[in-house]
Design a protein around this ligand. Sequence first.
Ligand code: ZN
Length: 466
Amino acid sequence: MHVSFHGAAREVTGSCHLVEIDGTRVLLDCGMIQGGGERHLRNREPFAFDVAALDAVVLSHAHIDHAGRLPLLLEAGYRGRVLTTAATASLCRILLADSAHIHEEDAKWKIKRLKKRGEDWRWVTPLFNAEQAAEAIDRLDPVDFGESRALGDDCRVRFVPAGHILGAAIVELDLRENGVRRRLAFSGDLGVDGARLVGRPQPVDCPDVLLIESTYGNRRREESGDRTELLHEIIRRTAARGGKVVIPSFAVGRTQEILARINDLVESGRLSGIPVYVDSPMAVAATQAFAMHPEAYSDQARRALRCGDRPLEFDGLVLTRSVEESMEINRRQGPAVIISASGMCTAGRIKHHLKHTISDARNTILFVGYQAQGSLGSLIRAGTDPVRIFGEWHPVRAAVEAVESFSAHADLGELLAWFGSLGGVPQRTFVVHGEEPAALGLVDELRAAFGARAEAPRLGQRCVID
Ligand code: ZN
């Protein structure tokens, strides 16, 4: 068996790994390379493997850093299917279409700028367009969690719940090489313990070869305490001042996890009379997709559903789509919760909400996710005052709070616990999907705690497994 690493090798984004066994070639994920500097230019480079020779593509989950280069793979000549869970297929519909829209807008903006300068603009094209995204979506072939599906004569695939976001899966490949059975497991992104809506990552049987993510491979979250209670306390305190809680949140995953917790507060009578707005067209679409896929919920959420409690429907919840509805929220007086994107406050409607609320001491800005260095979110979180929004300076009078444990990624302790749940030590472990210090950190921990033969492969490395 050969495994080669074509992305997310000593970095977080661009997940893309090729498994070759006898005559079968399976690609795990085909994600976009994201992040600052020149990194994104690599998305335009040709794939470093024979795309037409692939037998199948298997997708762990819908995040763009795992699925975002699928349209380019088709463009490069891939003619086969893309196997994934039904919930991931639904979310891909939203995320790939949104990604195409961003690339088209970027290209338009670049052309406008070049035209203004009188320079040649004809070379500018979007990374992919809406049509190409739609073609990729057409190739998605949903497989149920737990179902074993053949990918050619010598390979079967099975999806196991990974928590993280709706539909996210650990991918198990059951392979046959020269008549010998070999198993490979790819963790995809692993979720956190106690996620309300999607549950925790499930164990798999110990594989011969493991690919494990390491986003937080060198970090343990310090915070303790029940996330629902932390959220309740912040809403309660702010409402007592007559203020609004403004939550910048990623549209897919984080927003729904927070809604499920507010749902618990409302259904148990601990929170009432406070409207909760989800103000982001993508978050609204994602919330509807979540509602369509209870098969991908945690046991707790499924039990509640059987008792008639839909986790994403409660009194006071308002999903807004139009700009007029969005503006109406800012005119409204009194306590409210406003959840809006983007999660790092770099774009989207959240910037309007911040502009209207950040200088009023009654309000709270609540961060629930990672804030990349330099983003507006990171500045506010770090206590910068005043901050610039849409070119104007605003004093920060609102309270600024953060609940870190809403992260969708397992921390070091949770990664080690999941590895321990395999019930054995894989023959080889490849640590992927983490910046270099995080990947190497997890390598050291796995060697020390389990005596694992762990390594962090480099980009383009092809490893022989005998
Ligand atoms: Zn992810």
